[in-house]
Design a protein around this ligand. Structure first.
Ligand SMILES: [Zn+2]
Ligand SMILES: [Zn+2]
Length: 286
């Protein structure tokens, strides 16, 4: 498992690699555009080169690009749809240029409308975005299930992948906080194994492509997306040990998106705690 963290991309993607190294990360995740503005980033050839050199020289092995939260692939507003498509295509192209493991995206929101048509709208946007880009995978992240957010269950993720045409570049990103908040019990090895079984049965084999480890401030089934530091929430140290040592997660990048003790994001201590919890989890499985 490539354990790592969400880091700032300020100063360019090579700087993000440095920040990851300082945390002891093997995987990093960045936003590729300002989270509050509709302005896709196109990295220069120099930035791409510097990033690739930084990656080759150090311990960071995987990059995830997290699309920003403004995007809503399920929107029925033509302007938001168009902007979402433009941003998503830019993210996928940036991902291809940087050799990213995947672009991770919250699938969208039906707002107050019906879920079925919203899934169809999102699916057709994903199809277009994949057609207008090449090489980079697109991972739909499961959500906590607040409001009209899509992807609150494996069934919804499967319906989204189907609506998107089931392309081989499509996968899912599983977030531990969102799983628990959406009502999926994952805090024992047995419970998590059943959840992964259910996920694979519904979204199809080989589709689980990336992971977010976050503890949850709010309880099972709360449908609220409130990350807590590792071991400090409803998952607790035991739940995090289980998540970090699930055998089917072995080859995947797993990044922390936790608030951190100073609300500045994950720390080196938290990353090293995760390495230890993974070892303890593996030992407990025997
Ligand atoms: Zn997440
Ligand atoms: Zn979240």
């Amino acid at each position: 498992m490539l354990i790592g963290a969400h880091v700032s991309p300020a100063g360019g993607p090579a700087k993000a690699v440095e920040r990851g190294e300082a945390l002891g990360a093997r995987a990093i995740q960045i936003f590729n555009q300002n989270p509050r503005a509709w302005k896709p980033t196109v990295y220069s050839a120099e930035q791409v080169e510097a990033f690739r050199e930084a990656l080759a020289a150090g311990p960071v092995d995987a990059l995830l690009i997290h699309a920003v939260y403004l995007l809503n692939a399920a929107s029925d507003d033509p302007q938001i749809r168009e902007r979402t498509l433009t941003s998503l295509v830019a993210s996928l192209r940036a991902g291809a240029a940087l050799g990213a493991h995947a672009v991770v995206l919250h699938p969208g929101s039906a707002k107050t409308g019906d879920v079925g048509p919203a899934i169809a709208r999102a699916g057709s946007l994903f199809r277009e975005a994949l057609a207008e880009s090449e090489g980079c995978a697109l991972h739909l992240e499961n959500t906590a299930g607040a409001g009209g957010t899509l992807g609150r269950s494996f069934g919804e993720l499967a319906a989204l992948l189907d609506a998107a045409g089931g392309d081989a570049r499509l996968g899912v990103c599983l977030d531990s906080c969102h799983m628990l908040a959406s009502g999926i019990e994952i805090r024992t090895a047995q419970a998590l194994a059943s959840a992964v079984d259910a996920c694979e049965a519904q979204v199809g084999p080989g589709r689980i492509g990336s992971l977010h480890l976050n503890d949850s401030q709010t309880p099972l089934g709360s449908n609220r997306d409130r990350h807590a530091d590792v071991g400090q929430g409803e998952l607790g140290l035991d739940g995090c040990r289980v998540f970090l040592s699930e055998p089917r997660f072995d080859a995947l990048p797993c990044v922390l998106e936790t608030p951190g003790p100073e609300r500045k994001g994950p720390t080196a201590e938290e990353v090293s705690l995760c390495l230890r919890l993974r070892e303890e989890g593996l030992a407990a499985r025997g």
